[in-house]
Design a protein around this ligand. Structure first.
Ligand SMILES: C[S@@+](CC[C@H](N)C(=O)[O-])C[C@H]1O[C@@H](n2cnc3c(N)ncnc32)[C@H](O)[C@@H]1O
Length: 316
């Protein structure tokens, strides 16, 4: 029997989580979800019974589970925490000794749990990465009858959606338009041949175009951080050649290009997971067949949209 291949997006997420990051949309210093987001989870969890089995769908490295664990301590609750993700995730240190079980390689459309296994099913920027309505159907299958759920999902009008789009545009310029990684690679490879000066000229022209673009974009206060970082990185790779030789600079160039491709794969996955008003209304209608009183709320912070909150069976 042939095994299902791991989707490219899951490989990209696995790489992201392997660096030990806490969440997919971290605050400063890779801190956990804060402010309105954390408050929204707190409002939901403060009503949950003292003994509950909780499932976090598409849990990543456990950012939400960590929040829930902190609430459990505050409320002296004994919640058994489970998390699943299709990518390879890491159990962060703060969760290792807790009652938390995180499973990698689990597709949310085929959860390895019996019907009605959980009192609470939740997800933070996770369940919308699945296929509607199979994702919700499976989540509701493993939820006990009358069990509570809350999903905070991406909003197509959010600052996250805008950032994703801007970063994808920058990657497109770096890789497709200027082809900076390929040109640096060619230049390094041909250093000892007669073609070198031609290759160097091509790289310099492309880097010049990138600098001009940055200058114009800066005037319009446009986000060009990724281009800026990449140009610095490429400069570092070129210097590496002088210090550690050609092989290490070629390896570094290939790695930098692969890392950018992996970032692009993740960003595309995020872009596809953004829900507009019509889509989220469809989700709400679907969830209302499980709990007629399910609610939808737009989550904001300082005038910026953070996501949609879908909640059901929000009773003690
Ligand atoms: C934006 S991240 C969010 C992770 C985490 N909830 C957080 O807030 O940090 C989206 C996650 O969805 C996972 N994912 C995407 N498709 C999935 C699927 N079909 N089944 C399970 N997990 C999936 C990805 O691997 C990734 O870890």
């Amino acid at each position: 029997m042939s095994e299902t291949p791991i989707p490219a997006s899951s490989q990209a997420w696995s790489q992201y989580w392997s660096a030990g990051r806490l969440s997919s949309c971290p605050g400063p210093d890779d801190s956990n979800y804060q402010g309105e987001m954390a408050a929204c989870w707190h409002d939901f969890f403060k009503l949950r019974p003292v003994r509950s089995r909780v499932l976090d769908i598409a849990c990543g490295n456990g950012a939400l589970l960590l929040l829930v664990r902190q609430f459990a301590e505050q409320q002296q609750a004994q919640w058994l925490l489970h998390g699943v993700d299709r990518a390879a995730v890491q159990v962060i240190a703060q969760l290792r000794d807790a009652d938390a079980r995180m499973l990698s390689g689990i597709d949310m459309h085929e959860l390895p749990y019996a019907n009605g296994s959980f009192d609470v099913v939740c997800s933070q920027y996770g369940i919308e990465y699945g296929r509607f309505p199979d994702n919700l159907h499976e989540a509701m299958r493993v939820l006990k009858s009358g069990g509570s759920f809350q999903f905070i999902v991406h909003d197509a009008d959010s600052t996250i959606a805008q950032r994703v789009q801007l970063q994808l545009q920058q990657i497109d310029l770096l890789q497709m338009q200027w082809q900076l990684f390929d040109k640096l690679h060619n230049m390094l490879e041909t250093e000892l041949t007669k073609d070198f000066s031609r290759m160097k000229q091509r790289f310099d022209e492309a880097a010049g175009a990138a600098f001009n673009y940055m200058r114009d974009a800066q005037r319009q206060a446009q986000d060009i951080s990724l281009i800026e970082q990449t140009l610095q990185q490429l400069g570092g790779i070129w210097q590496l050649r002088g210090q550690h030789g050609l092989e290490s600079s070629l390896t570094a160039c290939t790695q930098a290009q692969l890392a950018t491709q992996s970032l692009a794969r993740r960003l595309l996955d995020q872009q596809q997971a953004m829900l507009d008003r019509q889509q989220v209304d469809d989700w709400l209608q679907f969830l209302r067949s499980y709990d007629a009183a399910s609610t939808l709320q737009a989550l904001h912070s300082g005038g910026h949209a953070l996501g949609w909150v879908l909640r059901g069976n929000d009773r003690i």
